[in-house]
Design a protein around this ligand. Structure first.
Ligand SMILES: [Zn+2]
Length: 299
């Protein structure tokens, strides 16, 4: 366990002790009719299926698990409508692993919901022999040989991706080769974003509305943003925050990483929004850099 995980474990224990998670929930619930949450996950191995179900059952008591279409209604409803409904939560999965196809999609369907699957076309096209080295070199450079289980690195293929789309899930673009987008010339951005979108459309026969950039919250710049916006309506940032439709735009959506493997204490703490204040400087820097208009929540 490194220093960061020690600090996080301490924070979670302290929060549970002083019930800070419940307090954060209460604050988050103000103006609940305009607010929603997006969760970001990665691998969903079969060995953690029961844990995943437990997390979704818990989430159901506080939120309405929805689809991308359902989530977009946050920007349609009148502020006074639906005041007592539970806020929507949308589940998203990055990189396009096969375990998302075999475990996550049927699990969401059993809750009457649909997810967003951000896939990397070049990963989906890897043969069985190529997938592990693609995973190590492009998707998870921190991966150590021997640590990975096959669910970490086995991608879903184009047929499975098309099947998810036909079943009502949204397929999102996560770049052609899992590229870090900041500082790239336009022709590379066009290939990584535009060619990737065209390939996904040809596989799914549907528009690809959603995009999620790779790696860190700041691994994007204004030039990449301009290309992303030309192809996609919704862009998901790896930056935590509650989405409030009065101040946030569907063009830039905050996303909180809450993995299937997390314990109940960990996920409860993360859903509560207690960590969001730490991300507010980053959210503001992104809004400024990407010039996404918003009104100040303090107004
Ligand atoms: Zn990724």
């Amino acid at each position: 366990m490194n220093f960061r995980s020690h600090a996080r474990a301490f924070l979670i224990q302290t929060a549970a002790f002083v019930r800070a998670d419940e307090l954060a929930f209460r604050i988050q619930r103000r103006n609940r009719q305009s607010r929603g949450l997006v969760v970001g996950m990665h691998e969903t191995p079969a060995s953690l299926e029961a844990r995943f179900r437990g997390q979704l059952e818990w989430a159901c008591r506080h939120f309405t698990i929805t689809s991308l279409e359902g989530f977009a209604r946050l920007w349609e409803q009148r502020p006074e409508s639906n005041a007592h409904a539970r806020p929507p939560v949308l589940f998203t999965f990055d990189d396009g692993r096969e375990s998302n196809y075999t475990v996550a999609a049927p699990m969401l369907e059993s809750f009457g919901a649909r997810g967003v699957f951000f896939v990397v076309p070049a990963f989906a096209e890897c043969t069985a022999d190529q997938a592990l080295s693609f995973y190590r070199s492009r998707i998870n450079p921190d991966s150590r040989p021997g640590d990975e289980i096959w669910e970490d690195w086995k991608p879903m293929n184009p047929v499975q991706i098309a099947d998810l789309a036909a079943r009502g899930h949204a397929i999102g673009n996560h770049t052609l080769t899992h590229q870090r987008l900041s500082g790239l010339p336009r022709d590379v951005l066009e290939r990584e974003i535009g060619n990737s979108a065209r390939k996904l459309i040809s596989w799914t026969k549907r528009p690809v509305d959603a995009f999620a950039w790779t790696f860190g919250w700041d691994a994007v710049d204004a030039t990449a943003w301009e290309v992303i916006r030309r192809y996609h309506r919704f862009c998901f940032a790896p930056c935590a925050g509650v989405i409030d439709s009065r101040y946030d735009s569907p063009a830039l959506l905050w996303r909180r990483e809450i993995e299937v493997k997390y314990s109940a204490a960990e996920y409860r703490f993360l859903y509560s929004g207690a960590v969001d204040p730490w991300w507010s400087t980053r959210r503001n820097r992104l809004r400024k850099m990407l010039q996404v208009s918003h009104e100040s929540p303090t107004k």
